[in-house]
Design a protein around this ligand. Structure first.
Ligand code: CTP
Ligand code: MG
Length: 443
C-alpha cells in the first residue's frame, strides 16, 4: 500500500532527519533537482568540501537566498538539511511566511541504528557515529513541538517500508482556479438583500429554481455562465437565510463560486459560540438563522467555514477577494493574506473621525490580473488600475451590482428600500457617498 504525502504545489518543504536518514535519497526520488536545496551541496560549492562543517554558515546563507528567490516566484522549494534543531526550522518558517507560502515538514524518523550504519558506511562522508546519535536524539525531542511550530502539515515516516511506499502528491492551493475561465457574473456585497439578488440574477439571464414553498434554492444560466459572489452575503439586510439558501444551492450545483467576506468570517465565529461583538448587523443574521432552524444553521456554518478568501481564475487574469488584494498576495496563502483579503489594510493613521485610513492598494496596483472586490460601498463602480469595487451599498439603499466577465459590462438593480441606515457616520449623506471614508469593521 502506498502512502500519499500531500504537498501544496506552492510550498516550502522542509525535510527533517538525522544524517543517513535518507533525506537526499527521498528528495531525489520525489522532487526535481532544481527544487532541492541541499546544505551539503552548498557546503561543497563554497568550500570544495561537502563535509567541511566550517562552511556551514556560508552554505546556509546561500541556501536561504536561493530559497528566497524561488519562493518569491511562488516555486516549490525543498530544503534538504537535517533541520533537527528548532532554530534551523524557524529560519525556514520565517522565510515561508515572508513569501506567504505554506511550509510542510517531511520527517524521516528512522531508527538510530539505521542512520548510524548508513552514515558511517558512506565513503564520501566523514561524520562520526556520535554526531548522528546526537542528531537522532535532537529529532526525538523535536517531534512533539514540531507540530506547533507553524507547519501547515507535518508528515512523519518512521521506517524503511513507510519511506519506500511514500508517494508525494502535489496539490494546487484551494485559491488556484486558473483553469476556470468563466464566463462569470461577479456580484458585489448582498448583505441579506435576497429580493434584489433574485432580481439581479434574472437580469443577468439566470433562471431561478424554487422549492415547494417558493424559496429560491438554485439558479442556472442557459449559457452556462457562473455567478461569483464576493462575500458579505450576510448581515444587516432582511433575509440572510434566503440569500444563503440560494448561494449554497448555486455553489453545490456548480452554478456559483463564493468567497468569504469579513461578515461571514465573524458569523462563523459567532455560530461556533466564540465571543464576538454582535454589531454591524450580525444580530439580525443570528435571529434570522435561529428561526431557520438548527439543521440550516449547521449547513450555513459548514458552508461559510470552508469558503476561501480569494480565487485566482482564468489563467491568472482574474482575481477576486472581498476587500481586494495586492499582486504580491495573489495565489498565496498566509494569515496576512487572509486578513488583507477579508478586511483590507490600513495605513496606521486615522482621519478626522478617528477612523483608520485605508491603505490605497488599488491606487498603487500595477498587476496584470483584473482584481474585482467589494467591501467598501461606493456610489458607482469605477475602474482604478484594473481593479473594480462592486459594492454599491444595496443594503444602505444603493444598488446591487454585477460585472459580466470577460465582457466587462456592468449590470445593476436598485435597492427596494433602505434596509439599514449607514449609522456609523452620524450626519453622513445618502448611502454610497462615504467612499472617501473608511469603514471600520472589527477583525
Ligand atoms: N540509503 C539506503 N537506503 C535508503 C536510503 C538511503 O541505503 N532507503 C543510503 C544512501 O545510498 C546513502 C545513505 O544511505 O549512502 C544516506 O542516505 P541519504 O539519502 O544521503 O541520507 P541523508 O539523510 O541525506 O543524509 P545526510 O544528512 O548525511 O545528507
Ligand atoms: Mg543528504
Amino acid at each position: 500500500m502506498s502512502r500519499a504525502i500531500d504537498v501544496p504545489d506552492r510550498s516550502l518543504v522542509v525535510l527533517v532527519g538525522a544524517a543517513g536518514a535518507g533525506k537526499s535519497t527521498f528528495a531525489a526520488e520525489h522532487f526535481l533537482p532544481t527544487q532541492i536545496l541541499s546544505s551539503d551541496h552548498y557546503r561543497g560549492l563554497v568550500s570544495d568540501d561537502e563535509n567541511d562543517q566550517g562552511a556551514t554558515d556560508d552554505a546556509f546563507e546561500i541556501l536561504h537566498s536561493v530559497a528566497e528567490k524561488r519562493l518569491s516566484r511562488g516555486l516549490l522549494t525543498v530544503v534538504d538539511a537535517t533541520n533537527v534543531h528548532k532554530h534551523a526550522r524557524q529560519g525556514l518558517l520565517r522565510l515561508a511566511r515572508r513569501h506567504h507560502v505554506l511550509a510542510v515538514a517531511i520527517v524521516l524518523d528512522l531508527p538510530e541504528t539505521v542512520c548510524v550504519r548508513r552514515s558511517t558506511d558512506r565513503p564520501d562522508r566523514s561524520i562520526r557515529a556520535g554526531v548522528v546519535r546526537r542528531q537522532h536524539k535532537d529529532l526525538q525531542r523535536s517531534l512533539k513541538p514540531l507540530r506547533e511550530e507553524g507547519f501547515h502539515k507535518v508528515h512523519v515516516l518512521r521506517d524503511e517500508s513507510e519511506v519506500n511506499s511514500a508517494r508525494v502528491r502535489l496539490n494546487p492551493l484551494h485559491n488556484d482556479r486558473r483553469h476556470e475561465t468563466g464566463p462569470f457574473d461577479v456580484i458585489g456585497d448582498v448583505h441579506g438583500c435576497r429580493q434584489e439578488l433574485e432580481t439581479l440574477l434574472s437580469e443577468l439571464g439566470y433562471h431561478l429554481n424554487r422549492d415547494s414553498s417558493g424559496r429560491a434554492v438554485d439558479a442556472h444560466h442557459p449559457d452556462e455562465r457562473r455567478a461569483l459572489l464576493l462575500g458579505d452575503l450576510v448581515d444587516r439586510g432582511p433575509d440572510t437565510p434566503g440569500v444563503l439558501r440560494l448561494a449554497m444551492g448555486m455553489a453545490d450545483s456548480g452554478h456559483a463560486l463564493v468567497i468569504t467576506g469579513n461578515h461571514e468570517d465573524k458569523l462563523v465565529r459567532a455560530l461556533r459560540g466564540h465571543n464576538v461583538r454582535v454589531s454591524h448587523g450580525l444580530a439580525e443574521s443570528l435571529a434570522q438563522l435561529d428561526e431557520a432552524g438548527e439543521g440550516f444553521r449547521q449547513r450555513v456554518l459548514d458552508f461559510c467555514a470552508e469558503l476561501p478568501v480569494h480565487y485566482v481564475l482564468d489563467h491568472g487574469n482574474l482575481v477576486v477577494a472581498h476587500a481586494g488584494l495586492p499582486e504580491r498576495y495573489h495565489g498565496r496563502a498566509s494569515r496576512r493574506v487572509r486578513v488583507f483579503a477579508l478586511y483590507g489594510d490600513t495605513t496606521g493613521e486615522t482621519d478626522e473621525y478617528g477612523l483608520p485610513i485605508r491603505y490605497p492598494w488599488a491606487r498603487e496596483y500595477r498587476g496584470k490580473a483584473v482584481v474585482v472586490y467589494g467591501h467598501t460601498p461606493t456610489p458607482e463602480p469605477e475602474w482604478e488600475n484594473r481593479t473594480l469595487c462592486l459594492d454599491t451599498g444595496c443594503v444602505f439603499g444603493g444598488k446591487l451590482t454585477a460585472l459580466r466577465y470577460p465582457e466587462h459590462e456592468i449590470v445593476s438593480v436598485p435597492a427596494l428600500r433602505v434596509w439599514s441606515e449607514p449609522a456609523r457616520f452620524p450626519g453622513a449623506a445618502a448611502p454610497g457617498t462615504n467612499t472617501a471614508r473608511p469603514t471600520r469593521e472589527e477583525q
